[in-house]
Design a binder for this molecule. Sequence first.
Ligand code: GLN
Length: 503
Amino acid sequence: MSQSQNNYIVDSSSSELTTLSAAELARRIHGGEVSSREVTQAHLDRIADTDDVLHSFLHVGAEAALSAADSVDEALARGEQPASPLAGVPLALKDVFTTTDAPTTAASKILEGYMSPYDATVTKKLREAGIPILGKTNLDEFAMGSSTENSAYGPTHNPYDVERTAGGSGGGSAAALASGQAPLAIGTDTGGSIRQPAALTNTVGVKPTYGTVSRYGLIACASSLDQGGPCARSVLDTALLHSVIAGHDPFDATSVDESVAPIAPVIEAAKEGAEGDLRGLKVGVVRQFDREGYQPGVLDAFHQAVAQLTAQGAEVIEVDCPHFDDALAAYYLILPCEVSSNLARFDGMRYGCRVGDDGRHSAEQVMSLSRAEGFGPEVKRRIILGTYALSVGYYDAYYLQAQRVRTLIARDFARAFEQVDVLVSPTTPTTAFKLGEKVSDPLEMYNFDLCTLPLNLAGLCGMSVPSGLAADTGLPTGLQIMAPAFQDDRLYRVGAAFEVGRQ
Ligand code: GLN
């Protein structure tokens, strides 16, 4: 069955400039064939044409984007070298990174209209690289969710079928890429929020190794799991953006002081040289993620992807990661615990919405009223869960136990990586579901991130790369590639070869 009746957004492109890769746009801008202003304007036009339907953006900053583009054009006209390989190519930023020139809301009512006094490190790096920021993209409130339906400002729609979700929490960034509203985007991945929306929208998303992309100015969901990362429509574009945003940051106490592996040359070699030759590579198929219960079209696409990797020379073996079955339970204890502590700062005193400040209520009542009004139901659910799990008498039974499971999951990965270079799985158990389909059942929603959660618990790196449309629904599927910590370059080598092999 084809979904083409709802597919018009992907098919209709307003300008060639909104269909090109970021690498190609950069080549044309740096070569003087087109200006950054023209490219940026074309994407702003595309947003104006399509965002009424898609709702990828919570805020569009046309003026700021065009002025950043002009700065790039002027520097190039003066004969200066481009500030980065992506200078002049515009980007969509998930609205969970602070920006001084646009509101930062994390899709929550509690931060409605909030203007940050400082730029996140990721924002700063984008500006220094000459990347115009088109606007801030939609997400589930505080990045908690799998469909953007927890956004206080309404959901994002999937450009492949506008009645369906573009995934979550980073559905806005993914929809922006898939519809040609932006050639580059930034997401964050706490349990899958970069990879899962990528899989549902035929785009590429990477969750870098924990500690390699600064969290300074990234509004925290669960600090031990959150990681910003690059999103684009090709593996090369993702790699180029990864190199821009990664690196040590003294402002982030968990930032790792290790140099970032040179990613872009790996891709160039994979593309130009061996044409996707994967001889010598050992790929592990995780038995726990290749099972009945997944949508048949998703499993078929996955098996075809594995067959393709084999045809390209990789040696494929099945590996067992038994504790992955407990990842969901562990994640949904650890995350709420961290959430309950991180979100304590939103008390109506310093940021955003304040309710009941009329002289008749005590400070404590104002805090309580502000939080009752400002947070949505899913955020409240997790704050309550986390507070309960951390309370006296339950801490050992819940939080500590979940941390033990986390260690076992990390050990499963370590054992698997003794046998193989990368692991693969479907990124999601099904293709994009209908908006409204899972909202009344939080557990159903949580289950959707089954394949992506273990990686965050272990702090490793992973990618979702398009693996074709599922035969049964006609909607995009993604291949998840997972690699050990600090081996992010492996994701790109395998992802680029897989992408070349599919052409
Ligand atoms: N869907 C998962 C959750 O709700 C993951 C979210 C994320 O990665 N930010 O927590």
